[in-house]
Design a protein around this ligand. Structure first.
Ligand SMILES: [Zn+2]
Length: 171
């Protein structure tokens, strides 16, 4: 057994649920066991490096490098669009963006992206498979809002959003 699996005396298996950075859904269960204060601080959980046995947060987000399986599948088919508040600044290179999200969430086809945006933006979107879109642009594009359309929980909903995209193409 690896040393990393030591149980915590205070917190047992010390579980957390990971949340997908892209869609916010619960993804995986992580059992941390005992976590020392320094390691916890490194993971952003607290600020007492001398603590021996830190309780893991109930939910953690592992960032853009770890999309959930649903988002991996969606990003193979299209580009994830997430609406953000107007005026959110683009982060510097190498910094994980964390704009204020306003609830819109869609996956759009490469064809739509190529047709709609300028080549420099298209290239970035096709590479990252992600676009944060300001609310005013979101609404100009006529993208859907709200929970029903906004958070695909299954591939069927993806198809629905894709149809929406096709309707846009016909208009
Ligand atoms: Zn996801």
């Amino acid at each position: 057994m690896s040393k990393a699996t030591y149980l915590s005396k205070k917190h047992g298996v010390n579980p957390s649920i990971t949340q997908c950075w892209y869609c916010g859904k619960d993804d995986a269960l992580v059992l941390f066991g005992r976590v020392g204060g320094q390691r916890a601080a490194d993971m952003g959980w607290g600020n007492n490096p001398t603590e021996y046995d830190v309780e893991a947060p109930r939910k953690i987000c592992c960032g853009p490098e770890y999309p959930c399986p649903d988002c991996v599948a969606l990003m193979e088919k299209g580009i994830i669009f997430i609406s953000v508040r107007d005026g959110e600044e683009k982060p510097e290179k190498g910094v994980i963006p964390n704009p204020y999200r306003t609830g819109g969430w869609s996956v759009l086809s490469e064809e739509y992206v190529i047709r709609t945006f300028t080549p420099d933006i298209v290239e970035e979107m096709l590479t990252s498979r992600l676009a944060f879109v300001e609310d005013k642009v979101w609404d100009e594009l006529g993208l859907p809002r709200g929970k029903v359309h906004g958070v695909p929980g299954s591939m069927e909903e993806y198809v629905e959003i894709h149809k929406n995209d096709e309707a846009e193409a016909i208009a």
